[in-house]
Design a protein around this ligand. Structure first.
Ligand SMILES: *[C@@H]1O[C@H](CO)[C@@H](O)[C@H](O)[C@H]1NC(C)=O
Ligand SMILES: *[C@@H]1O[C@H](CO)[C@@H](O)[C@H](O)[C@H]1NC(C)=O
Ligand SMILES: *[C@@H]1O[C@H](CO)[C@@H](O)[C@H](O)[C@H]1NC(C)=O
Length: 715
């Protein structure tokens, strides 16, 4: 056996120490990798997520920088984002003894410590990475990096039994003294369309956790003041979310970090606060002229608010460092760029200095943060193919499930559905219908047109139903139901089952293979119909529901007794959808899920035993400010299950993305990731669409100076 070098020894010591520490704090933080207790499985889609491949990176604030100055902090695994540089060395809190004993490990002040959110191992968690320098910060180059030691510490356990480790979205961590302050979604707000996002603080040495947000209220984007005394958040207060997916209509509240007391609204209309000192904070809002801009609030007796960044470009998600009144960092979208970039804004000269566009012009960079000494700026971006960051593209990503009896998978494609044997998955891209083996092999296109929704026939092997035509279209749009024989030897053949093209969609076959339930706009309204599965409507059709509203997205229960569907019948055209069930003979109509006023509950699918329904819903509202993410049409989408009688509602996914089109698998699937045989990451997701809009309003005359745009500096 080879003897480890001193450096490896240190690494081993540290890792051991950290592991034991974590176990002490959370008693059972290690993953339970034993035999699965799942008896059933669900797959669903998350828009764009398979292309994120985010890592946290850093650049020196003193420029000019080249790509060689960019330091990748996180390890190229999973998705890592929303970093924070703690102002006190967390290592002194956690690894006191070890550091004193290991003479060759550098002192904490020679390390770079970063707290961030990671989605590795199928759940959202907060990690700490420590990178030790070989040479002083300013002269560091890539070669020095490669010998750096990286230690990862999950700061919050993943044990489902523990309240603070419960499965939830965790977001925007920051460290104040011995406490980690962050957002978590583990407590049900109990009210449809009221977000579960709330701010908590966990005392790291003991693991004890306290909720700082009052019950009945959702808080986003917490920031702790330099003294640690105050925390600012974006919040609706007692008001609820109104369905916004661009700018949230939040206000800024401040409360004591210690216990959430003295909660006060300080700014009407704003989000993403950050502090320079205990009475000055910056935040973003979309100004009355339509441009996202940074504003400053001075919290004296009367709060003084002034706009900081000029119109003419979008500037948002500001970052500050304690006491630094010279500059802030922001993300921007400029008129001459399709990409989101990190820039510094000089508060004295009112000039921007571009950082990331000089280095990676065609990559989105998100959510900057600044080191306490102002020398480094952090952000996250898709790692791309550089930095040895090739990570496998996953066909099925196993997520930790809040319900142990259900194994949960994110699928890389829309409208996935399992073949009756559970060995194949049909899904759609836009355009095209595809079939892939469950192990990731044999992927092929079986229909080349635009199509949405898939469902396999239960009796006739290799028959897949879909709706061919555009999505989200009017009653008269040409959409027809087709059945595709995916096992045809030469070329998969398809057959049109409806012919009138009156927006016939969402086919779901009966378990005996004889009938298909679907929705059609043929009466002028979208209602449900049942037709012959083999010969289509020519072989017989009858209407199942009737009324001047929309019934859609139907799914036939495996025991044949029920059809579940989404309907806006209580408020036709009002934008809200709730779930109903009806017997195939038209009796027994009943509401299963109440979504709240204008709530959206869609895409229901029965469990194999017919006793539960999985669906996507905005029941838990939005979990983060949408502008802090890539584009999601419906950032509120999460996956839920409910019993057929409407009891036992459970949230399965916790994130700020758009989760949708779930399907129950016919049999249990082992909870492991399945890799696709193509290399990722592609980084081809889109930035928030509304940031491409140039506000029409005239640009306010203002004393701001724009630095010369730094085009032509492409790396
Ligand atoms: C660090 O070590 C000192 C001396 O052994 C001790 O007094 C202190 O409590 C330790 N701090 C932590 C956070 O463990
Ligand atoms: C967690 O994820 C990391 C990286 O993604 C991987 O190396 C590690 O094996 C995983 N651990 C478990 C218990 O799955
Ligand atoms: C309708 O179907 C349900 C179950 O599928 C059955 O229980 C009920 O008796 C039927 N009603 C009529 C009037 O046929």
């Amino acid at each position: 056996m080879e003897t480890p070098s001193p450096r490896e020894m240190n690494r081993i010591t540290l890792l051991f120490f950290f592991l034991s520490l974590v176990i002490t704090l959370f008693s059972a933080a290690a993953d339970h990798d034993g035999p699965t207790t799942s008896t059933t499985s669900i797959i669903f889609t998350t828009l764009g997520r398979s292309d994120y491949a985010f890592d946290v990176f850093s650049l020196p604030t003193l420029g000019p920088s080249t790509i060689a100055d960019e330091l990748r902090i996180t390890d190229g695994q999973s998705v890592n984002f929303n970093g924070h540089f703690p102002s006190s060395p967390i290592i002194s809190l956690l690894a006191n003894q070890t550091l004193v004993e290991s003479s060759s490990v550098k002192r904490p002040d020679e390390s770079l410590q970063t707290i961030y959110v990671t989605e590795r191992n199928g759940s959202s968690n907060i990690y700490l990475d420590i990178i030790y320098y070989d040479t002083p910060t300013n002269s560091r180059r890539r070669s020095a990096l490669e010998t750096a030691v990286r230690v990862e510490v999950p700061l919050l356990g993943t044990n489902t039994e523990q309240s603070d480790g419960r499965i939830s979205m965790k977001d925007r961590p920051s460290l104040v003294g011995e406490d980690l302050v962050y957002v978590s979604t583990h407590e049900d707000s109990g009210v449809p369309r009221k977000s579960w996002a709330a701010v908590y603080s966990t005392h790291l040495p003991t693991g004890s956790t306290r909720r700082l947000t009052p019950y009945g209220v959702a808080d986003y984007s917490p920031a702790v003041s330099p003294s640690g005394v105050w925390t600012a958040v974006a919040s609706y207060g007692e008001r609820g979310w109104g369905g916004e997916v661009e700018e949230l209509s939040t206000d800024i509240y401040v409360f004591r970090t210690r216990d959430g007391s003295e909660r006060t609204k300080v700014v009407e209309h704003g989000g993403w606060p950050c502090w320079v000192d205990d009475s000055t904070l910056f935040f973003h809002r979309r100004g009355s002229d339509g441009w996202w801009s940074i504003y400053r609030a001075i919290l004296t007796e009367s709060v003084v608010i002034e706009r900081v960044t000029p119109p003419g470009l979008h500037a948002f998600t500001p970052a500050t460092s304690p006491g630094n009144k010279n500059f802030i960092a922001v993300a921007t979208r400029r008129l001459n760029s399709d990409y989101r970039h990190i820039e510094l804004f000089d508060l004295l000269s009112n000039e921007f200095r571009e950082l990331t566009r000089r280095i990676s012009p065609q990559t989105h960079h998100f959510n900057p943060f600044i080191s306490p000494d102002s020398t480094r700026i952090g952000y996250h971006r898709c790692r791309g193919d550089s930095n040895g960051g090739k990570s496998p593209h996953l066909l099925l990503e196993n997520l930790k499930s809040p319900l142990p009896e259900i194994s949960l998978f994110r699928f890389d494609g829309s409208f996935p559905s399992f073949s009756p044997g559970g060995d194949r998955i049909a899904y759609v891209e836009f355009p095209g219908v595809y079939v892939v083996n469950r192990d990731g092999s044999g992927r092929r296109e079986v229909f080349s047109g635009i199509a949405f929704s898939t469902a396999w026939d239960h009796k006739r092997k290799g028959v897949v139903y879909t709706s061919a035509g555009p999505t989200f279209a009017t009653e008269s749009t040409k959409v027809d139901i087709v059945s595709i024989n995916v096992d045809d030897v030469d070329q998969p053949s398809y057959k049109k089952l409806t012919t009138g093209g009156e927006n016939n969609a969402f086919p779901s076959p009966s378990p005996d293979g004889k009938w298909i339930a679907f929705r059609s706009g043929r009466s002028g309204y979208k209602n449900l119909y049942i037709m012959d599965a083999v010969d289509g409507e020519r072989g017989g059709i009858h209407r199942l529901t009737e009324g001047p509203w929309t019934d859609t997205m139907c799914n036939w229960s495996p025991d044949g007794d029920w059809i579940v569907f989404a309907s806006d019948r209580e408020n036709p055209g009002g934008g809200g959808f709730e779930l109903y069930v009806i017997h195939p003979n038209g009796t027994g109509l009943r509401k299963v899920v109440h979504s709240g006023s204008a709530g959206r509950t869609n895409h229901p699918w029965f469990s194999p035993d017919g006793k539960s329904i999985v669906f996507t819903s905005d029941y838990a509202a939005v979990s983060a400010e949408p502008i802090s993410n890539a584009h999601h049409y419906q950032p509120y989408g999460d996956i839920f299950v409910v019993n057929l009688d409407g009891s036992g509602l459970h949230r399965l996914t916790h994130n700020s993305y758009e989760d949708g089109t779930p399907a129950w698998a016919p049999k249990v699937i082992r909870p492991v990731d399945v890799k696709l045989q193509v290399d990722g990451p592609h980084c081809s997701f889109e930035d928030c669409h509304w940031l491409s809009n140039t506000p029409n309003h005239g640009v306010e005359a203002a004393p701001w100076v724009l630095a010369k745009p730094q085009c032509g500096l492409r790396a």
